[in-house]
Each structure stands twice: as C-alpha cells, then as structure tokens.
Ligand binder design. Sequence first.
Ligand code: F6P
Length: 326
Amino acid sequence: MAQIRCIGVLTSGGDAPGMNAAIRAVTRAAIYNNLKVVGIKRGYYGLVYNEMEEFGSKSVSNIIQQGGTILKTARCKEFTTPEGRAKAYENMQQSGIDALVVIGGDGSLSGARIFAEEYDIPIVGLPGTIDNDLGGTDETIGYDTALNTIVEAVDKIRDTATSHERLFLVEVMGHMAGYLALNGAIASGAEAAIIPEMETEIDQLGDLINRGFRKSKNSAIVLVAENPATGGALGLAQRIKEEFPEYDARVTILGHLQRGGSPTAADRILASKMGAQAITALLEGQRNVMIGTKNGELVYVPFSKATKHSSTIDRGDMEIVKILSI
Ligand code: F6P
C-alpha cells in the first residue's frame, strides 16, 4: 500500500453544525502526523473543477464554534457521472492528494464509495448531517445541535399555542427519517410525532390530539417529519381541517434554520474525536469506512453499511410520546 503523504478534506451535501469542528480536527491531526492537508472547496465540485488550497494549522483557527462550513458545500451533479469522477481523479493526482476525508451525509458517502471503488483511493468518511440517518452509527455530526434548535423553537410555539388554545403542526427536517421529529417531540413535550417510519392514520391522529385537548390541555403540538409523499405538515393541516374542523390548526415549518447555528458542546466533541480518528484510520490503512459511534465508542463502519437505509427508530420511543401526553 502506497504511503499517504497528503490528504484532501471536503464537506458535501447539506451543511451541519459541527462540520467546521470536524475540518479543524482533520486538519490539525493530519499536520500533527506530518501530513500535508488540502482543503477542497464546495464538496466534490472543488475536486472536479480544481478549487483547492493548502491548509495550515492557522487555516482552521477560530472555527470550532462556527456553524456552516468554511469549505462551503454543494450537491455536485458532475461527480455523479464517470466523466466528472475522472476529472476529479486527475485533479487529485496533479495536486498530490493521495487520500480523502469526506464529511457529509448519505449521498456524499455513496459518492465516496463509488469513487474509492473506481480509482482505488483510500477514503474515510465522517457522518455530517442533521438527519442522523446513517447506518452503523448512533450519532451524526449536527444532529444534537439541530435537535436543540427544534426544542428552542417548539418552546416558543408552545407559548402562543397555549394562549390561543390552538393545535400547532411543526414540520422538521429529516430527509425521510423521523429522528428529529420523534426525539424533538420527546424533548419538547409535544403531544405527538408523525414520522415516515410509522404510518399514522388521520383518525389515529385525531385520537392523539383529542387525548391532550379534551382531558387536561387546551393546546397541542404535533411534530411532523418532512415527507413529500404526504405533503408534510401542510398536507396534514389540510386533512385535519377537513375532518376535524373544530380545531384551529396552525402550521410552522422550521426549514433551514435547523441547519444553522453554533454547534453544541456534544457536536463539537463528536466532530473533534471523529476528525482526529479519521487520520488515525487512514494511517492504520483503513479505507472506505465511515467513523461512527456505538455505545459511546468510535467504530469503523463500511460505506456499504453507512449508506444503507435501515431505520433504527425505536417503537418504544413513540410510545413514550403517547404515554407522556396524557
Ligand atoms: O440532509 C440534510 C437536509 O437538511 C434534509 O433534512 C433535507 O431534506 C435536505 O437536507 C434539504 O436540502 P436542501 O438544502 O438542498 O434543500
């Protein structure tokens, strides 16, 4: 196996708070191990179009607390084609980059997997997504911060919902995964969560809401995971309007504000540990794995497992929302 002398680092897909902490950790751990570091701009786009710069320790000063990504990010169409990846490989060779650290979600790691297989390049991935929807890891970088943002927002919505005695449907992100909606509901004391992993019929929802409304509460909050198939919170509000016209329902879509903000301490720690481990992994000869966590320990997850959509949503957690909403 050829010796690694220079690594490239990039962030790809939707940004997530903590990506900067991860870039910092990757860069500094690499420099500590006498490796050269190249920062690649705009995800795979920078590889295809040669937008890169050498990074020193100072390039990543004062960023651990910043949301977003100093490297910028993109969803790069060109890289999905063999021609695009050929250009990317050529640029990598010319810049002397012999290994990559890719920080991103499902799509970004799937791209990394194909690229690594085609050109036999050592690549290590870091799970950077607010959705927490990657396989083989308990946590992803950005999820904790997004969850805290949701809870802060729902606390505020609760004030107005209570004052007006209204039902609120709050739509959160998740890219077809219900982690943010379900755990956001538990953490904010919401009356129900609607998630893509479990079907909720409209009369079931009516039941859930009635329980809260009629018995002890004068308002209700339902967290709804985005889901184009059902129309998300707006689609649900329409159905509620038709079937339960007595409820004065309102919709709040939290949208991209969930992706911003300074990362929580938990995300900074996760990103720092995973970033440093990515360099250890490459130097150990690991390739085509994502750094994950299992029961608090760092683990290596093959890309094939990381990008497989297998929900680990616990039905018992859904039950907790129900039990605690009486
Ligand atoms: O994957 C992260 C994510 O924020 C998803 O939760 C969401 O569905 C998607 O990205 C939105 O992507 P975009 O910013 O490209 O609209």
